[in-house]
Design a protein around this ligand. Structure first.
Ligand code: NAD
Length: 358
C-alpha cells in the first residue's frame, strides 16, 4: 500500500539531487547532466526513470562501477559515423556526447550516426532524440539494457527492455513528435517502482521467476518482463540489441551487468544514436508543410470511445511537463524517504534544499 505523494518543486529537487550525487563521488559537471536527465523524465511523467534512480546511481559510483568523472573517448570515426567509449562513466553523459556527435555529422553530411559502448544506464531516450529536434533534425536512439526479457518463445531472459525513440521537428518548435518506448509491455522502471512502493501491476506486464503471469510488483521484479506484442516486440528488441550492442562492440544480452543486481562488474551498456536532416528528399518548405499537414490531419481525427482527443507521441508528456513545472513533481512518500535517507548517507541535509514538511 502506497503512503501517498507530495509535490516537490523542481529547482530545489535539482539542487538536492546534484548535491547528493556529487557527495557520492560524481564530479559536478556529470552530476548536472545525470540529474537533468532524471528530472526531465519526472517532468514528462516518466517517473519510472526519474529521481527514484538516484540511489542506485550513487551506489554504483560509490562502488567504483561508474566512473566519478566520465571520460568519453572517440574510438573510431569515419565519414558519417563515430563510436565512443564511455569508459564506464555516467550513461547520460555518454549518451549526450554520442548524440551530439551524430548531430554534428548530420549537419555536415545530412545524416549522422553515433555509437556508444562501455557505458551505463542512460535513462530515457527522448532526452537524446529531443536534442536532435532542437537542432531541426530527425533523431533516433536505442540502447540495450540488462537481460530481463525472453526472446519470444523462451522462458529465460535474454534481452533487456531495449527501448527506442524517434523525434521529428514540426512547424511548431514547441510541439515536435517525440516517441519513446520500451520494447517490453512497460518499462522495467515501472516494475521497479511498483516493487519499491509495494503496488500491484496489471496482468500482461510480467511473469514471475517460474514463468507464471503475476500482478505482484515484487514477484515481477524478480521475474521476467514480457515483450510488447509478443513476437513483434521481441523482433524490435533484437533490432535494438544489434544496433546498440552488436555493431558497437558493447555487451550483448546476458553479458551486460544488471543495474540493481550485479555489483561485481560495470554494466557495459551500448547505445545507438542517429540524426538526419529533414530536407534530404524535398525542400525544407515542402517537408514542413507536409509534416504539419500530417499532424493536423491526425489530431483532427474523430476520437474513439474512451478517448477525449487524438494525440501524437510526445503530447501526453508535454502536457504533464507544463503542469509539473508549475506545481512541482509528485513523489511518493517512499521515494521521498529514500531520497532523505540518501542525503543522510552522504552527509547532505535535506533541510538545506527542500521545503519543510517534505
Ligand atoms: N535506459 C534504459 O535502459 C531504458 C530501458 C527501458 C525503458 N527506458 C525508458 O522508459 C521510458 C518509458 O517507456 P514506455 O514504454 O513505458 O513508454 P509509454 O508506453 O509510456 O509511451 C510510449 C510512447 O507512446 C506515446 N503515447 C502515449 N500515449 C499516447 C497517446 N494517447 N497517443 C499517442 N501517443 C501516445 C508516448 O508519447 C511515448 O512516446 C522511455 O522513456 C524509455 O526510453 C529506458
Amino acid at each position: 500500500m502506497s503512503k501517498g505523494t507530495k509535490r516537490v518543486p523542481v529547482s530545489e529537487l535539482r539542487s538536492y539531487a546534484e548535491a547528493v550525487l556529487t557527495a557520492a563521488g560524481t564530479v559536478a559537471a556529470d552530476a548536472k547532466v545525470v540529474v537533468d536527465n532524471l528530472l526531465d523524465a519526472n517532468l514528462r511523467g516518466v517517473d519510472s526513470h526519474g529521481i527514484s534512480r538516484l540511489g542506485i546511481y550513487c551506489k554504483r559510483v560509490e562502488l567504483g562501477l561508474v566512473a566519478r568523472s566520465t571520460e568519453v573517448t572517440v574510438v573510431r570515426a569515419c565519414g558519417i559515423a563515430a563510436l565512443v567509449s564511455g569508459n564506464n562513466g555516467s550513461g547520460a553523459v555518454v549518451g549526450v556526447k554520442a548524440m551530439d556527435l551524430a548531430i554534428a555529422k548530420a549537419k555536415e553530411f545530412g545524416i549522422g550516426v553515433g555509437g556508444g559502448k562501455e557505458s551505463t544506464h542512460c535513462g530515457t531516450l527522448a532526452y537524446y532524440t529531443s536534442r536532435a529536434v532542437r537542432e531541426g533534425l530527425i533523431g533516433f536512439a536505442a540502447t540495450n539494457a540488462p537481460s530481463t526479457m525472453p526472446a519470444w518463445g523462451a522462458r529465460q531472459p535474454y534481452f533487456g527492455t531495449n527501448p527506442l525513440s524517434y523525434a521529428v521537428p514540426t512547424g511548431n518548435p514547441e510541439r515536435p513528435i517525440v516517441f519513446d518506448m520500451a520494447t517490453s509491455t512497460v518499462a522495467r522502471g515501472k516494475i521497479i517502482l511498483a516493487a519499491k512502493i509495494k503496488q500491484s501491476i496489471p496482468e500482461g506486464w510480467a511473469l514471475d521467476k517460474n514463468g507464471y503471469p503475476t500482478t505482484d510488483g515484487q514477484a515481477a521484479f524478480e521475474g521476467l518482463m514480457l515483450p510488447v506484442g509478443g513476437h513483434k516486440g521481441s523482433g524490435l528488441a533484437l533490432l535494438v540489441e544489434i544496433l546498440s550492442g552488436v555493431i558497437t562492440g558493447a555487451a550483448i544480452g546476458p553479458q551486460m551487468g544488471h543495474l540493481y543486481g550485479d555489483f561485481a562488474k560495470p554494466q557495459g551498456t551500448g547505445h545507438f544514436f542517429a540524426a538526419m536532416k529533414t530536407d534530404l528528399f524535398l525542400s525544407q518548405e515542402e517537408f514542413q508543410a507536409r509534416i504539419d499537414h500530417l499532424c493536423a490531419e491526425i489530431r483532427a481525427l474523430p476520437p474513439a470511445p474512451g478517448h477525449q482527443a487524438v494525440l501524437l507521441p510526445g503530447d501526453p508528456e508535454r502536457q504533464t511537463k507544463a503542469e509539473r513545472l508549475e506545481n512541482g513533481i509528485p513523489l511518493s512518500q517512499e521515494v521521498i524517504d529514500e531520497l532523505i535517507a540518501l542525503g543522510k548517507c552522504y552527509g547532505v541535509d535535506v533541510a538545506d534544499y527542500l521545503p519543510k514538511g517534505i
